[in-house]
Design a protein. Structure first.
Ligand code: MF3
Ligand code: CO
Ligand code: CO
Length: 248
């Protein structure tokens, strides 16, 4: 069921989304080579809890941490561990926070030192995919126009668009309907309505779009060819004449 949020619910969403945005800015100021991904998760936990919110991923279907920290070939759902972040890595940090019963969800891919031209371009194009998707988005837009915009742009660079995972609605639950794929045919899908809140999150691979799901930990998603992947996500409110990006 797709929910349309009331004015009061949207105020709560704004608040959780502001905390998510600030947490990612805090991580951006502090992440560096030599840290473990677990230390990144500690920063996330500290900031979210210090803001009076709760990290929604902690305990979500058994997930053991406050964030997903995904390095290089890890697409998403990297479990914070003793893996040490190195100069030249790209590190996606994805967090969801809940306050007053409502969730905000966003991800950024941080570049650690000099990552080189190829990774720099991948990260930049992944962010641009998001902005292409919201460019003409408003109440009445067919849902799969989002995926069409992401896919067309990413594939024009020869990148692979992950299909096995998608964006999603968000609100009381971290994952609500509808599913928001990063691929699709223009002009198809349900028409979005003002008051819907959705997460648009391009996951873009330098090589093949195919991914592997870890059989050891049940979470970690990596590229099938082990080439790098980038991720960029925001929570977005659909309005009559456009969108409001709540986590920016
Ligand atoms: N934040 C992720 C998303 O964008 C979901 C993480 S699920 C978790 O949908 F359990 F790994 F936290
Ligand atoms: Co997320
Ligand atoms: Co999400």
């Amino acid at each position: 069921m797709i929910t349309v949020k009331s004015a009061r619910e949207i105020e709560y969403m704004r608040e959780s989304c502001r905390i998510v945005k600030e947490t990612l800015e805090y991580v951006g100021r502090n992440i560096r080579a030599g840290m473990t991904t677990k230390q990144v998760d500690e920063l996330v936990y500290k900031y979210i809890v210090g803001s009076g919110a709760v990290p929604s991923s902690l305990g979500y279907e058994g997930y053991p941490a406050s964030s997903c920290v995904s390095v290089n070939e890890t697409v998403v759902h990297g479990i914070p561990s003793d893996r040490v972040i190195k100069e030249g890595d790209i590190v996606s940090v994805d967090i969801t926070a809940e306050k007053n019963g409502y969730n905000g969800d966003a991800a950024r891919t941080f570049m650690i030192g000099d990552v080189g031209e190829e990774k720099r371009r991948l990260v930049k194009v992944t962010e641009e995919c998001f902005f292409k998707a919201v460019e003409n988005l408003r109440a009445g837009t067919p849902l799969y126009d989002i995926g069409y915009a992401v896919q067309t742009y990413a594939e024009s660079y020869g990148y692979g668009v992950v299909r096995a995972l998608t964006g999603h609605g968000i609100g009381r639950e971290m994952h609500e309907d509808p599913s928001v794929p990063n691929y699709g045919r223009k002009g198809t899908g349900i028409r979005l309505k003002a008051g819907m809140t959705i997460c648009i999150e391009p996951m873009i691979n330098m090589g093949t779009y195919k991914v592997d799901f870890s059989r050891e930990d049940g979470w970690t998603v990596t590229t099938a060819d082990k080439k790098p992947s980038a991720h960029y996500e925001n929570t977005v409110l659909i309005t009559e004449d456009g969108v409001e990006i709540l986590t920016l």
